[in-house]
Design a protein around this ligand. Structure first.
Ligand SMILES: NC(=O)C1=CN([C@@H]2O[C@H](COP(=O)(O)OP(=O)(O)OC[C@H]3O[C@@H](n4cnc5c(N)ncnc54)[C@H](O)[C@@H]3O)[C@@H](O)[C@H]2O)C=CC1
Ligand SMILES: O=C(CO)COP(=O)(O)O
Length: 325
C-alpha cells in the first residue's frame, strides 16, 4: 500500500516516518519549499520537526499532483485548511485518512465531513490518539485509534501503519474518534490556564474529569460512541495534552493564565494551536445541539480577553449538580 502524506508540519512528518519505518517509499507534500528541501537533502524537517532524523525512504514534493495514484493519503493539514488543500487534488476513490484535530469554522463540520464533501467517492478513515509528533518520530511507544466504517479497509490501513512501537487500535466510530481529538485541544487550553494562573493540580484533575464529561456529552449528541470517547482518541489524548507543555494548546493556555492576550500569543506562531480555532465553533455547535459545555465556554471567554479571575469565579459559581455525564 503506497502512502502519500498531505501536510509537512510536525505530525505529517512524524506519520511519514511511521509509514516509512519498514523501508517502504513514502511521498510527502509540503507547502513550504524549505520543508521539501530539508527533507530531500538532509532527511530532516528543519522547519517543523527539527532534530528528528528521517528515513531516506521519505521523499518530499511541493506539487500536490504528485500524490495522485497513491493507495492511501494521510491528510495532515491543519483542520481549517483541509477543505482548501483537498480542493487542489483529484483523489478519486483513494482512501483518505484524516489526521487533523479540529472542527471547521463557519460550517461546524468535522474534518471527515469536510473530506467527504470535497471527495464524495473517497472512503474516509480517521487516525487519532495521544501522539506528540516528536516522540513518534523518535520511535517511542505510541498507540492510536484508527477508525473507518469499512472493516476491510480499516484492517489494511491498521496493518500498514502499525509498527513495532506504533500500535493501531481498530474502531468503526469515525465521528467519535474525530470529536475526541477536536475537543481535547480546547480542554488542553483550559488546563494550561490552570497551570499559568497557578490554580493547582486539584483544579487540573477536576477540569480533566469534567472536561471529559462535556466531551462525551457533545460526542454522543453528534453520533459518536461513549466507548470511543473513553479510548485513546478521547480520554487518552485528553490526558496527554492536559499534562504537558509539549502541547501547543496547553502552552497557549499557560500564556492566557498568565494574563497575556490570545492575539499576542497567536501572532507570529508558525505552529498550529487548533483549540483556539475549534473553541468558538465548538461552542456554537454545542449550543445548536443543546449540550452544556461550561469549560469550552470558559475557554472562549478567555480567548476573547475576559480576565482569568472572573472566568474561574463564574465556572466555580455554577449551580451544584449531580456528577453525571
Ligand atoms: N504536532 C503534533 O504532535 C500533532 C498534531 N496533530 C494535528 O495535526 C494537524 C497538523 O498539525 P502539525 O503537523 O503539528 O502542524 P505544525 O504546527 O507542525 O505546522 C503547521 C502546518 O500548517 C500548515 N499550514 C499553515 N498555513 C497553511 C495553509 N494556509 N494551508 C495549508 N496548510 C497550512 C503548514 O504547512 C504546516 O504543515 C493539526 O490538526 C494537529 O492538531 C495531531 C497529532 C499530533
Ligand atoms: O494532538 C496532539 C497530541 O496528541 C498534539 O497536541 P498539541 O497540538 O496541543 O501540541
Amino acid at each position: 500500500m503506497r502512502i502519500g502524506v498531505i501536510g509537512g508540519g510536525a505530525w505529517g512528518t512524524a506519520l511519514a516516518q511511521v509509514a516509512a519505518s519498514g523501508g517502504e517509499p513514502v511521498l510527502l507534500w509540503a507547502r513550504e519549499a524549505e520543508v521539501v528541501d530539508t527533507i530531500n537533502i538532509f532527511h530532516e524537517n528543519r522547519l517543523f520537526l527539527p532534530g528528528a532524523k528521517l528515513s531516506p525512504a521519505i521523499r518530499a514534493t511541493g506539487d500536490l499532483a504528485d500524490l495522485i495514484g497513491m493507495d492511501a493519503l494521510l491528510v495532515v493539514a491543519p483542520a481549517q485548511h483541509v477543505r482548501a488543500v483537498l480542493g487542489d487534488i483529484a483523489v478519486g476513490e483513494t482512501p483518505l485518512v484524516l489526521c487533523a484535530k479540529g472542527i471547521e469554522a463557519g460550517t461546524g463540520r468535522l474534518v471527515g465531513e469536510v473530506a467527504a464533501e470535497a471527495h464524495p467517492g473517497a472512503p474516509i478513515a480517521v487516525l487519532s490518539g495521544p501522539t506528540f509528533a516528536h516522540e513518534v518520530a523518535k520511535g517511542l511507544p505510541t498507540a492510536v485509534t484508527l477508525a473507518c466504517a469499512d472493516e476491510a479497509l480499516r484492517d489494511r490501513l491498521a496493518a500498514r501503519l502499525a509498527g513495532p512501537a506504533f500500535r493501531t487500535y481498530a474502531s468503526h466510530d469515525v465521528i467519535g474518534a474525530e470529536i475526541g481529538g477536536a475537543v481535547k485541544n480546547v480542554l488542553a487550553i483550559a488546563c494550561g490556564v490552570v497551570e499559568g494562573a497557578g490554580l493547582g493540580l486539584n483544579a487540573r484533575a477536576a477540569l480533566i474529569a469534567r472536561g471529559f464529561a462535556e466531551m462525551t456529552r457533545f460526542g454522543v449528541a453528534r453520533g459518536g460512541q461513549a466507548e470511543t470517547l473513553a479510548g485513546l482518541s478521547g480520554l487518552g489524548d485528553l490526558v496527554l495534552t492536559c499534562s504537558s507543555t509539549s502541547s501547543r494548546n496547553f502552552s497557549l493556555g499557560v500564556g492566557l493564565g498568565q494574563g497575556r492576550a490570545a492575539a499576542e500569543l497567536l501572532a507570529d506562531r508558525r505552529t498550529v494551536a487548533e483549540g483556539a480555532f475549534t473553541a468558538p465553533v465548538l461552542q456554537a455547535e454545542a449550543a445548536k445541539a443543546r449540550v452544556e459545555m461550561p469549560v469550552t465556554d470558559a475557554v472562549c471567554a478567555l480567548l476573547e480577553g475576559a480576565p482569568v479571575g472572573e472566568v474561574v469565579r463564574e465556572l466555580l459559581a455554577r449551580p451544584l449538580r449531580a456528577e453525571t455525564v
